[in-house]
Design a protein around this ligand. Structure first.
Ligand SMILES: O=C1O[C@H](COP(=O)(O)O)[C@@H](O)[C@H](O)[C@H]1O
Length: 238
């Protein structure tokens, strides 16, 4: 008896992280170029961490109608933008370069704001971008978190609750820095296309375990695969 198809069957696998970055940059460029042509403006949501740096460099070197593209973040560390841990800083340093400097970057964190004010500022910032988002690029941590949807965070159930209207959630991560801001699952899924960008054998094993367990409280990344609103494309390399 044939077995049921599993999400990782369709994962796009590449021999190297560079080959992955090339292919993902090309796909994002096609999607954004189409969206800007068809609808006049395009929106791109990106992630922080170490994994996407090569991708951002590839994208920055791509010919896109950048002046019609709004870029924002799936999550942020609630630190000043000049802090080396800031995701906005990463985007400015690696993505908003060359012709991509013409894109409109919309930071989601307002320095000095308390949690509720920061959530409100995040929602207002995202409100300036075309929705559904045209492309969302997510990463995944070794613990199965994606964006800043961290296992064990007290605010995780609220952030995953698809019935809530909240756009952004301040969240306490069991990682450095603990003060985070994340787009809620409902907001992330308000997208036309999502890529999950994962490198390394260890993360592949984590993702396989997450999908097998299917429990978003233990492995929040699993929540992306328990919905039918938007397809999630896994891009992986060792
Ligand atoms: O803390 C974060 O971690 C994840 C994964 O980061 P990586 O360094 O393992 O690539 C990232 O997707 C998220 O945006 C970031 O805030």
């Amino acid at each position: 008896m044939p077995r049921e198809p599993a999400p990782l069957d369709d994962a796009k696998r590449f021999p190297t992280a560079e080959a992955l970055a090339d292919a993902l940059a090309r796909r994002v460029a096609e999607i954004i170029t189409y969206a800007a042509g068809a609808r006049g403006r395009a929106s791109l949501i990106v992630s922080g961490g170490r994994t996407p740096i090569t991708l951002y460099q590839r994208l920055a070197g791509s010919e896109l109608p950048w002046d019609r593209v709004g870029i924002s973040l799936a999550d942020e560390r609630r630190v000043p933008e000049d802090d080396p841990r800031s995701n906005a800083r990463l985007v400015r340093e690696h993505l908003l370069q060359g012709s991509a400097a013409a894109a409109r970057f919309v930071p989601i964190h307002r320095d000095g704001a308390d949690e509720r004010a920061d959530e409100a500022a995040c929602a207002a910032a995202l409100g300036t971008l075309p929705r559904p988002f045209d492309a969302v690029i997510l990463g995944m941590g070794d613990d199965g978190h994606t964006a800043s949807l961290f296992p064990g965070a007290p605010e995780l159930p609220a952030a995953l609750d698809l019935q809530r209207e909240a756009c952004c959630q301040a969240i306490t991560a069991p990682a450095e820095p603990p003060e985070r801001l994340t787009l809620t699952l409902a907001t992330l899924l308000d997208s036309r296309w999502i890529a999950l960008h994962v490198t390394g054998q260890e993360k592949w094993q984590t993702l396989a375990r997450a999908l097998e367990a299917g429990d978003p409280m233990r492995y929040p990344v699993a929540a992306l695969f328990r919905q039918r609103r938007v397809p999630v494309h896994v891009y992986w390399s060792p």
